[in-house]
Design a protein around this ligand. Structure first.
Ligand code: COA
Length: 364
């Protein structure tokens, strides 16, 4: 049977840097608290969020500013200048360039995001439009932070069976439009940020060692309320109506401790499942590309399995948690930095809302 391999990668993060110190000006938090609990020093957000945070930092009455923002929308915040599909487009264009392909060469697009442009259609349709495509099939997925792993597995099936040859997988997240930058929302808003990562998959050559080897996917919907959000839509900012504010249904919800515990447990389980299925030992893996949720989660996993830290690339300090974009961004940076050599065995693992979690084993 044919094997799929990653031909090229791409990424995009907005230029606007939000430091922990800026967040400390808009809510009761500190660089020390965020760094110690999460490992995050700064994150990237779209211009709309950045400008809103700057104004919020200067507002004498922050509660009144937020109330006005959510109830009426402030000048310049009614229509977002960048949406999820724009982030996806930027990462896609970089991957296409690297692959020396054009959008017309794509046979299939699989895109995954938590916060879409519109309630419907999905982000992939908007992305296809922006790429100038009028009949290329697309999937819009939402498997939270595990989205890229789920999407990769789908791309692999289509290539293996010979249905399609060139498949784009893109994880894009505009999460900063979604969180409440206030004392009430601080548990989540300091963690998440904006970004996109893409990969283009094609069939491996006959006898070529590179390629995707196995996927291990899981969902447990019974724990949905540990990490979820009711309101979405990045085409308007803020995407809320007064009734929802009054009912306090606007804020994304997270039981941080439960997420922490389940993330560590499920990461560990799925890594062991993948190793056993492929009759491998941990030492055989050259790189562990873990979803960048939190350095303490990564450290707990590394410790429980005794994985050397140098095999676990980390960039959460610079980007925060970019959900479905985090694994492809990490992969792209590793390629650019020359960390990946042909033939290296890589394990990609992610966990997120749903809960969804999964692992992909591949040879680079
Ligand atoms: C969110 C997380 C960092 C919080 O750390 P924690 O040690 O569990 O902290 P707690 O939730 O127990 O809160 C401790 C205190 O810090 C406060 N706190 C929460 N967010 C804060 C912030 N941004 N700044 C300062 N204090 C904060 C809490 O209100 C609480 O105060 P209290 O003791 O007066 O009640 C941690 O639970 C975590 O990383 N969970 C996993 C989250 C995650 O990765 N989600 C995405 C998965 S894809």
């Amino acid at each position: 049977m044919r094997k799929a391999k990653i031909l090229a990668t791409g990424m995009y993060v907005p230029d606007f840097v939000v430091t922990n110190d800026l967040l400390a000006q808009v809510m009761d938090t500190s660089d020390e608290w965020i760094t110690q609990r999460t490992g995050i020093k700064e994150r990237r957000v779209v211009y709309d969020t950045y400008r809103m945070l700057q104004r919020l930092a200067q507002a004498p009455d922050k509660d009144a500013f937020l109330k006005e923002l959510y109830e009426r929308g402030l000048d310049g915040h009614i229509d977002a200048t960048m949406t999820t599909s724009d982030l996806a487009l930027a990462a896609t264009e970089m991957a296409l360039k690297q692959a020396n392909l054009t959008a017309a060469d794509l046979d299939l697009i699989i895109q995954t995001s938590v916060v879409p442009d519109y309630a419907y259609p999905g982000v992939a349709c908007v992305l296809a439009d922006k790429l100038g495509l009028t009949s290329t099939p697309t999937f819009s997925m939402n498997q939270g932070c595990a989205g890229f792993i789920f999407a990769l597995s789908l791309a692999d099936q289509y290539i293996k069976t010979g249905t399609y040859n060139t498949v784009l997988v893109v994880g894009a997240e505009l999460l900063s439009s979604f969180f409440e930058y206030s004392n009430r929302g601080r548990d989540m808003s300091v963690l998440f940020a904006d970004g996109a990562g893409a990969a283009i998959l094609v069939p491996a050559e006959e006898g070529e060692p590179s390629g995707l080897i196995s996927h291990h996917l899981h969902t447990d919907g019974t724990l949905l309320t540990k990490l979820y959000g009711e309101v979405f839509g990045t085409t308007t900012f803020p995407p809320v109506v007064k009734k929802k504010i009054d009912d306090d249904r606007v804020r994304p919800r997270m039981d941080g401790r439960a997420v922490f515990v389940y993330a560590v447990r499920r990461f560990r389980e799925v890594i062991l499942e993948c190793l056993e299925a492929n009759r491998l030992r941990l030492e055989d893996i050259d790189h562990f590309f873990f979803h960048q949720a939190n350095t303490r989660i990564l450290e707990a996993i590394a410790e429980s399995l005794n994985i050397p830290r140098e095999k676990i690339p980390v960039n959460i300090d610079r980007y925060g948690n970019t959900s479905a974009a985090s694994v492809p961004i990490l992969l792209h940076e590793a390629c650019q930095e020359g960390r990946l050599r042909r033939g290296d065995l890589c394990l990609l693992v992610a966990f997120g809302t749903g809960f969804n979690w999964g692992a992909t084993l591949l040879r680079w």
